[in-house]
Design a protein around this ligand. Structure first.
Ligand code: UD1
Length: 357
């Protein structure tokens, strides 16, 4: 059996790791197409190295582009490779432009499609990732959901066939990739930080950083912080901060420690030692939850409802009083075990290989 995974952005490289291993254990000829949506070493290469990912069979080198052009490039280039590879199924991950482009290529060629992280919703089609999710799920044959809420969301859209609750692949990767405590302490020292005395700050979503007013308000919010915050800056965010004339404000803030994007093990190490995460990222809010680090969400909504409703995260949006509440008095709770479910990769691989494709 031949299965092709289509990946291209940082979070997809991470999720590929456990699923690749599980598929190989199931004796699958598992091949990878890397779209190249992310291409800087710190956004792509470092994950191949740290997570021992297989060398992609093809690199599509789509690079940077506006969303329609990027989806079109992935679709066209992935389709030409899939014709040669003739897989029994294609797997796409998450909600990026590579997800949608890869999904369209597979379905238009009549190849069964599986979607890892199906069913997540923020219910706002103006968010690029939401459009990618909704369209991908609508055309996917095998929908692998990380949470019960994701299954419920699909049901509400009339999608019930091929839906399977698998758990979160990130939960498995995290357990394997978290460096030992001596290494964590070394990293803290290297960055001049003290355990539990700093915040871990990330921003990257286009609906947070592409709008000038919203980014200005976000910067104002961050500027109100009175404690150290480690800020690994995503390339999109850096570009937009410079374009909107906000880079000076951010880079001169003495509480912010601005660094390049981190590798995976460094991210987990430093996040695990932080007092709190401040983020708009889907991945970081789960990793923080699994590491029992409280998260303040710099968005008005979250797709990870179970974490939020059980008390692992707190929605701040752009509200300064909420930020203060989150930083000082809000009570967090990490007892919910529903989404802490090991074995997602094995579950997906077993399911995928047992299907009569
Ligand atoms: C993408 C995904 C988002 C995911 C995120 C993880 C979409 C619509 N969004 O957002 O769901 O959470 O990846 O990071 O697919 N750039 C570089 N070097 C790189 C990669 C990007 O400089 O290695 C710059 C480019 O100038 C590009 C910008 O960052 O224009 C944004 O990159 P893009 O691929 O559009 O998506 P992300 O913002 O990373």
């Amino acid at each position: 059996m031949r299965i092709v995974s289509i990946v291209g952005a940082r979070p997809q490289y991470i999720k590929l790791a456990p699923l690749h291993r599980a598929l190989v254990e199931c004796h699958v000829d598992h091949q990878v197409i890397n779209t190249g949506q992310h291409y800087d070493y710190q956004m792509a290469g470092v994950f191949f190295k740290q997570l021992s990912l297989p060398k992609p069979k093809y690199n599509l080198e789509v690079g940077s582009a506006a969303t329609p052009e990027m989806v079109a490039r992935v679709l066209e280039r992935a389709a030409s490779k899939l014709r040669k590879m003739k897989p029994d199924a294609v797997v796409v991950y998450g909600d990026t432009n590579s997800t949608l482009g890869g999904a369209l290529a597979a379905v238009q060629l009549g190849i069964p499609l599986a979607h890892v992280e199906a069913g997540l919703r923020c219910f706002d089609l103006a968010v690029p990732e939401e459009l990618n999710r909704v369209v991908t799920d609508r055309i996917t044959r095998y929908l692998y959901c990380p949470t019960p809420q994701a299954v419920t969301n699909l049901k509400a859209e009339g999608i019930t066939r091929g839906v399977f609750m698998t758990g979160d692949l990130l939960y498995d990767v995290l357990a394997e990739s978290l460096p030992p405590s001596a290494e964590r302490l070394r990293l803290l020292k290297r960055h001049g930080l003290t355990e539990r005395q700093f915040l871990f700050l990330t921003l990257h979503r286009s609906d947070t950083v592409d709008n000038k007013d919203k980014l200005r308000q976000t910067v104002a919010l961050i500027s109100s912080l009175r404690e150290a915050a480690l800020f690994p800056v995503h390339p999109r965010t850096r570009k937009k901060l410079i374009e909107f004339g906000l880079w000076g404000t951010v880079s001169s803030n003495r509480h912010l420690k601005i660094i390049e994007p981190l590798g995976y093990s460094e991210t987990l190490a430093l996040l695990s030692c932080s007092r709190m995460a401040l983020t708009d990222s889907g991945g970081i809010q789960r990793e923080a939850y699994y590491l029992k680090v409280p998260t303040l969400l710099l968005r008005d909504v979250t797709e990870w409802v179970e974490i939020n409703e059980s008390g692992g995260s707190f929605i701040v949006g752009l509200d300064r009083s909420k930020l203060l509440e989150g930083l000082t008095s809000h009570r967090f709770d990490f007892r919910n075990r529903i989404i802490r479910r090991t074995g997602a990769a094995k579950r997906i691989a077993t399911r995928l290989t047992s299907l009569a494709l």
